[in-house]
Design a protein. Structure first.
Lengths: 319, 355
């Protein structure tokens, strides 16, 4: 019917061939390209270029103020035999592993707690975010005082309680220093984990818990069989970010210990900064930074495969 | 299976009382439908029966046992939720077997129970699927399957069909009724849809604003509503109500709006001049020469019947005819209610006046 009605009209109006320019002007992909351009430029200038430059520098003997030459893998060979570099790798792994594990446990606990009905809920939720809002350097300075060898409030309190007789040398002792920076990192990182997991918890339908109650589940069984499995996709995302942030941490360490004592808290990021900027060996510093890439890629791969849509998330939704 | 007794149950949220003393006896194996408009307290009552809400006062007993302080899982009930509440990360089989698993049943015991329920509901080919991969009707059946597996004393349904499309709803209605006839488990079913209530129930309980307006078999409620609320709630299209006065002037009749004269079989005692509400179901109108004059407003043919909206004494009424009348808007017809089937309600209390 429609064809018959339209046929004579088509004959009347002459159809002019659209020029290439006109076609381009109406091409949605071409338009889309222009909309994407700012983001693309941003990514290239601020992410891809520095990354590429860093990798390139790691293959040169560039120093501050002197253009370097390509020296192949010499920087890496040098690092291979550098005990301090390996210590920083060890420190970074320990730091990341312990801090992330505790952040997950505490964050999940806080999220579950904040998801319960309680008075002043909104206020408590806001309070949890405080460590996250305070600038890192500011909180690092506060911790610096808290862990000061002379004026530490912890030492002072313990002395007054009669538990110790001498100040604890928090940031001067290698073990204590590691514990302190890990503690500070946990304090700072927990809010992110807690609030994100809380958001995840709130997407779980309350009726599932009611159904589980009638099915005879205890509180622990509800967590084990309902909450935890439904939360796994969010946990994977949060923990990937948490691991990446912790692995590349710089500010907190630099403000609190500068990698000391005896390099006990030197992370790969701080060592790289020390070698590249303070000592001026840009090539070597870049090599240390580049050495972080495989670790970060490994972390991303783990979450990538962990994050792949689980079977129960697949399939058509009919709602 | 067992009987359920709800005795003078009240429920308050803070200072706000939503149930004002509800008493409902439910016999062993009975299919009881709680029906009422939203906010009438029917879902709250069901949740109290399930143990998901506390009972403020009164008692609920299942079988011989008062369950006011019994944990939900100890009550031996199973509930089907409006949104099904299927665990999205478990297969159909795991969903259905979850309660048995929690009870610590052996793997083979669980699989036997699940298979039996799956066969009853024709779910066997779907056992390995996840809820997301199922259609609405299939999810509904899985939710019922989860209830059946537990072999409970009482089934509770909380508006189970409201998320389904109209056609599927009719099909599932039949399926649930069939299931009940087969299992004979005491069932309490909550809905706001009076058609669901009429078609499925052994006993309907009409609730409104936290009280029971009337309970009885579907046809009892339809034929003898105790008050104007029940009369208006049960039946579709709804009963027509016309305000006016009872007149006993030799023979009894009803003087409707604008003096329109409507027939009465008999007047209640001492009711001459009493203001009342005259109720007549749409299908109890006939077209007769001695009927009251009405002007056609809209005619809606449904195929099986014709719904006619007309102005009678200035008030809009609806009449349903099995015949295919070819009326046009503006036509005048004479509508006559069947006097033996009309209902009279008190104008102020809404209570039924005629027997």
């Amino acid at each position: 019917m429609a064809d018959i009605a339209l046929a004579p009209r088509r004959a009347k109006t002459e159809i002019r061939e659209a020029t290439a320019w006109e076609q381009l002007r109406h091409n949605r992909n071409w338009l889309g390209f222009w909309f994407m351009l700012p983001a693309l430029a941003f990514l290239i200038f601020f992410l891809a270029y520095p990354l590429g430059l860093g990798i390139w520098l790691s293959f040169t003997d560039t120093r501050i103020g002197r253009v370097g030459h390509f020296i192949g893998t010499e920087n890496y060979e040098w690092l291979w035999d550098d005990a301090i570099f390996w210590l920083s790798v060890f420190n970074t792994l320990i730091y990341t592993f312990i801090a992330s594990a505790i952040k997950f446990a505490v964050g999940l606990y806080l999220a579950l707690l904040l998801n319960e009905r309680m008075p002043f809920k909104a206020l408590l939720r806001a309070a949890v975010l405080i460590p996250f809002i305070v600038p890192t350097v500011l909180s690092a300075l506060a911790f610096w005082w808290i862990f000061d060898s002379q004026f530490s409030i912890i030492s002072w309190s313990l002395k007054h309680l009669g538990l110790i007789t001498q100040n604890i040398n928090f940031l001067g002792d290698t073990t204590w220093a590691r514990i302190c920076v890990i503690f500070a990192n946990i304090w700072r990182g927990v809010p992110f984990v807690a609030i994100t997991l809380l958001a995840g918890l709130q997407t779980v339908q309350p009726s599932l818990y009611e159904a589980a109650t009638l099915d005879g589940a205890s509180r622990w069984q509800m967590f084990r069989f309902i909450t935890y499995p439904l939360l796994t996709p969010i946990i994977a995302v949060v923990m990937t970010f948490s691991v990446l942030f912790t692995f590349t941490d710089f500010q907190l360490i630099w403000a609190m210990t500068r990698g000391g004592p005896v390099n006990a808290t030197h992370l790969m990021a701080t060592l790289s900064y020390q070698r590249a900027i303070i000592a001026g060996q840009l090539g070597e510093g870049a090599a240390i930074s580049s050495a972080m890439i495989p670790f970060l890629l490994a972390a991303i791969m783990v979450s990538w495969f962990g994050l792949q849509r689980r079977k129960w998330q697949q399939g058509e939704s009919n709602d | 299976m067992s009987s359920v007794q709800i005795r003078d149950v009240r429920k308050s949220f803070g200072n706000f009382e939503v149930l004002h003393g509800v008493t409902i006896p439910i016999e062993d194996g009975e299919f009881v439908v709680l029906v009422g408009p939203s906010g009438c307290g029917k879902s709250t009552l069901l949740r109290m029966l399930a143990g998901l809400e506390n009972i403020t006062s009164g008692t609920i007993s299942i079988g011989e046992r008062v369950v006011n302080n019994v944990q939900p899982k100890e009550r031996d009930i199973a509930m089907v939720f409006q949104n099904y509440a299927l665990y999205p990360h478990m297969t159909v089989a795991d969903n259905m077997g979850f309660s048995l698993k929690l009870r610590g049943a052996k793997a083979e015991e669980i699989s036997t129970g699940v298979k039996r329920a799956a066969e009853i509901l024709a779910l066997t080919p779907l056992l390995d699927r996840y809820p997301r991969q199922l259609s609405g009707g299939q999810r509904q059946r899985v939710a019922m399957g989860r209830a059946i597996v537990r072999d409970p004393q009482v089934f509770l349904f909380d508006e189970p069909l409201s998320n389904l499309d109209a056609k599927l709803r009719v099909a599932m209605r039949t399926e649930i009724k069939e299931l009940h006839q087969r299992l004979r488990t005491t069932t309490v079913y909550v809905t706001h849809d009076q058609i669901e209530a009429m078609t499925m129930a052994d006993k309907i309980v009409v609730m409104h604003d936290g009280i029971v307006e009337q309970m009885g078999s579907p046809l009892e409620l339809y034929d003898k509503p105790e008050n104007q609320f029940v009369a208006g709630f049960i039946g579709s299209p709804a009963m027509n109500f016309l305000k006016g006065q009872v007149k006993v002037n030799g023979a009894a009749y009803f003087e409707g709006p604008n003096g329109v004269k409507l027939p009465l079989a008999s007047a209640p005692a001492n009711s001459d001049g009493k203001p009342a509400v005259y109720g007549v179901r749409p299908e109890h109108f006939t077209i007769a020469d001695d009927g009251a004059e009405a002007e056609i407003v809209v005619v809606e043919p449904t195929g099986s019947e014709t719904q006619v909206f007309a102005k009678l004494g200035g008030e809009q009424v609806v009449a349903v005819f099995r015949e295919r009348h070819l009326f046009n808007p503006g036509d005048k017809v004479r509508l006559k209610p069947d006097p033996s089937l009309v209902h009279l309600f008190d104008d102020s209390t809404g209570k039924r006046l005629n027997s």
